[in-house]
Design a protein. Structure first.
Length: 741
């Protein structure tokens, strides 16, 4: 029997523990009551498997069933049930429970034979009530298994774009000339750094009474100060160092590094720790460090050019920083090291054909990634979820997704394509930590094409796939996305595309043993908000108000000229002068960029990032977009609503709305503490307090059960639980060191 819970009992318990996203948008529409009008016969409805409706791609564990009753008679109670499971609707060729005397309607276990991979099962249920009346069989529901074991993935390899050849051996003795401006506090430059955890870092600082050059050495993520050079005797002041652009030259020869600033030799230092390594730039968020680089030229001892960039093309050869006005801006906690392998995010594709003379009955794609991915078949998107495969403890398990792609296939020639991005795997997580699980995004996938004659065709990721650079120049969950439309190969995921100029895909280490089917609802678009007002706090800067703090991305129709960059920034609140207040984001850049391929109007919606915001700032466009051309696309784990509350008090209703929006913003793959700043972690304390409230608003069973698996996987040997789950810092010793300030 359905029980109505007192909604207010749990609703206000622990509502303050999540970052509240206040606003005015109405709550989601509630489920309709189970009991229908008087006289309606006993019926069964709202069937669920593993607390989900008709799930696609479940795991092989024993599934559990649930349902609700509808009856015109008050206080109707279930006394017995019968479940049938079959390979076709209305059949019981797999399992029948027989009549079971029980009032249970949730978590009723399947009792049949073990589930087979890549298989659809249909099921139905009927019940007997407390008067002995039996219902009709319910409408059929279904569930479908994914690939259940590592052996089911045979033939599928983990692939990515081949890495760029290493140049490290060429970076021994060299001269580096950099034209820069110290914007605030301090600005560091890497020398002979083989990676961002090792090397020398010479830092210009104006945090003391006079400017200094602080010489650092970093070994395995730990910094030590080698020397401090007072720049005052050379004619520099804090004001002059801050006010002007400067040219610094580093001559790195043997064990000696000579530093010349503005034509004056200010330091000669000898150390033999590092014999080779790249140049780069560094800032830390704690003191507001910030600098701008206008050009950088590095010449080898033999006169060869190792690096020559003035950023005019918009391409960034460093691992961090942002290109703006033909310069590299470095701020926050950023290690921007020159890396020959820094290229746009990879595209992967495979041309294939269905078998001639056969009719396709069904087609499925089973996929996952190191990082996050988006698939296309014949130029059309696959599925409706975003940020797949979601965040889990990647050391223990990586989720797989199942997609029904039957309607996307052509008879004959086809093509499948994939875009990859760093996501939680290699991008920023937590308080600006990067590469906590790995360095390189990669894809694994298998497509199963079933024909009406019973035959099956498989297409899997392997070395025959082709790889190239794509339009996603940068993509980070915290910092944002840069999309250069000039770099998009037209028709790249369609059949007939000429990929002769692409590279063969590279194989990476297999993680197939960690693959598990996704057990909860994915992150999806759940709502679209329209801009309400627009202001122009300064010329050419347009700020739009959505009227509601939300989590997701923007959807913008923009007009610009070829090669121009539209910059999109976000904020939860405004300063008094109408500009964006972004200090609360800390080191998160929270900025998207779109580079126009042609002059004209386009619609842009980021794919591989997410933001928490109410306000959208747009610059770099020919004219301000109309209000109808600015939208906020709400993203979140797509959980069904279970309850709402409406009262006669407007303030109380607003509080309920704030709680709901806070939950929607923080339930994104995992339960987080905040969706906006550089943290977004699964704090175990927060959700332990908020869970009772959450359960009154949405069905959290699959979502929290999925997350609790990671809690168990993260448990220490002595039984203690970590503060955050997943726990990225546990795998990265250097993340524990914030470095010099």
């Amino acid at each position: 029997m359905l029980l109505r819970r007192p909604l207010t009992l749990g609703l206000f318990t622990g509502f303050v523990v999540l970052a509240v996203l206040g606003g005015v948008t109405a709550l989601p529409t509630p489920l309709s009551p189970a009991a229908s009008a008087a006289g309606t016969p006993l019926a069964v409805r709202a069937l669920s498997t593993n607390n989900r409706t008709n799930p696609l791609g479940i795991g092989g564990e024993t599934p559990v069933f649930g349902w609700q009753l509808a009856s015109g008679r008050r206080a109707t109670a279930q006394q017995a049930y019968e479940i049938q499971v079959g390979r076709a609707p209305g059949t019981a060729d797999v399992w029948s429970s027989g009549k079971v005397r029980s009032g249970r309607q949730v978590d009723v276990e399947y009792g049949g034979p073990g589930l087979k991979p890549a298989t659809r099962y249909h099921w139905r249920v009927r019940v007997w009530d407390d008067k002995g009346a039996v219902s009709r069989w319910s409408a059929d529901a279904y569930f479908e298994t994914g690939l259940l074991e590592a052996g089911d993935w045979d033939g599928a390899q983990w692939i990515t774009r081949p890495g760029a050849p290493s140049e490290l051996d060429e970076w021994t003795d060299y001269s580096a000339t950099v034209r820069f401006k110290l914007e605030n506090a301090a600005f560091g430059m890497f020398l002979r750094a083989p990676d961002t955890a090792n090397g020398y870092m010479w830092q210009f600082s104006i945090t003391g009474a006079s400017p200094t050059l602080r010489l650092h050495k970093q070994v395995k993520g730990t910094y030590s100060v080698l020397r401090e050079v007072d720049l005052a005797p050379y004619g520099f002041t804090n004001a002059s160092l801050l006010a002007d652009r400067h040219t610094v030259r580093y001559d790195v020869v043997g064990d000696t590094i000579r530093t010349t600033l503005g034509g004056k030799l200010v330091s000669t230092f000898t150390d033999s720790t590092f014999a080779k390594g790249y140049v780069g730039f560094r800032t830390h968020a704690c003191c507001g460090e910030r600098g701008t680089v206008y050009d950088a030229v590095v010449t080898g001892a033999d006169g060869s050019t190792l690096l020559d960039t003035d950023f005019a093309t918009g391409r960034n050869p460093f691992s961090g920083g942002d290109i703006a006005d033909s310069a590299l801006a470095v701020s926050g906690t950023t290690d921007a090291l020159y890396r020959p392998d820094v290229r746009p995010m990879p595209l992967l594709r495979k041309a294939f054909a269905t078998e001639p003379g056969k009719k396709v009955a069904s087609a499925r794609v089973y996929a996952s990634a190191l990082g996050i991915y988006a698939l296309e078949i014949n130029g059309r998107p696959v599925g409706d979820q975003v940020l797949a495969p979601g965040w889990t403890d990647y050391h223990k398990r990586i989720q797989t997704q199942t997609y029904d792609v039957t309607s996307l296939l052509n008879h004959g020639d086809n093509a499948i394509g994939a875009c990859l991005a760093n996501g939680w795997w290699a991008g920023k997580v937590g308080i600006g930590w990067s590469r906590q699980y790995g360095d390189t995004p990669a894809l694994v996938a298998k497509m199963r094409v079933a024909y009406t004659d019973g035959s099956v065709q498989w297409i899997a990721t392997d070395g025959s796939w082709r790889a190239a650079e794509g339009p996603y120049v940068k993509a980070d969950l915290q910092d944002g996305e840069t999309y250069d439309a000039r770099l998009k190969p037209a028709g790249w995921s369609r059949p007939g595309f000429d990929d002769a100029g692409w590279e063969g895909a590279a194989k990476v280490e297999s993680r197939t043993a960690r693959l598990v089917p996704q057990s909860d609802e994915p992150v999806r678009e759940t709502q679209v908000l329209k801009a309400r007002t627009m202001t122009e706090p300064s010329s050419g800067t347009y700020v739009y108000d959505l009227g509601q703090n939300m989590v997701g991305v923007s959807r913008l129709t923009l007009t610009g000229s070829s090669g121009r960059t539209a910059t999109i920034r976000y904020a939860e609140v405004l300063n008094k002068d109408g500009t964006l207040y972004t200090d609360n984001f800390r080191s998160a850049k929270v900025t998207d960029r779109y580079v126009f391929a042609d002059s004209g109007t386009v619609t842009y919606e980021p794919t591989f990032t997410q933001h928490g915001f109410r306000y959208i700032e747009i610059t770099g466009v020919d004219s301000p977009p109309a209000l109808t051309d600015v939208q906020g696309v709400v993203w979140g784990s797509d959980l069904p609503s279970t309850g709402t509350l409406k009262t006669s008090d407007g303030m109380l209703d607003q509080l309920v709305s704030n709680i709901s929006w806070s939950q929607r913003g923080n339930f994104l793959s995992i339960p987080t503490d905040t969706p906006a700043r550089d943290e977004r972690l699964g704090w175990t304390g927060d959700i332990s307090l908020f869970a009772p409230t959450a359960n009154y608003l949405v069905d959290t069973r699959a979502f929290l059960s999925h997350w609790m698996t990671d809690v168990r996987n993260s448990q220490h040997a002595n039984g203690d639980l970590p503060a955050v789950v997943p726990t990225p810092r546990a795998s990265s010793p250097r993340a524990a060191s914030v470095g010099p300030t």
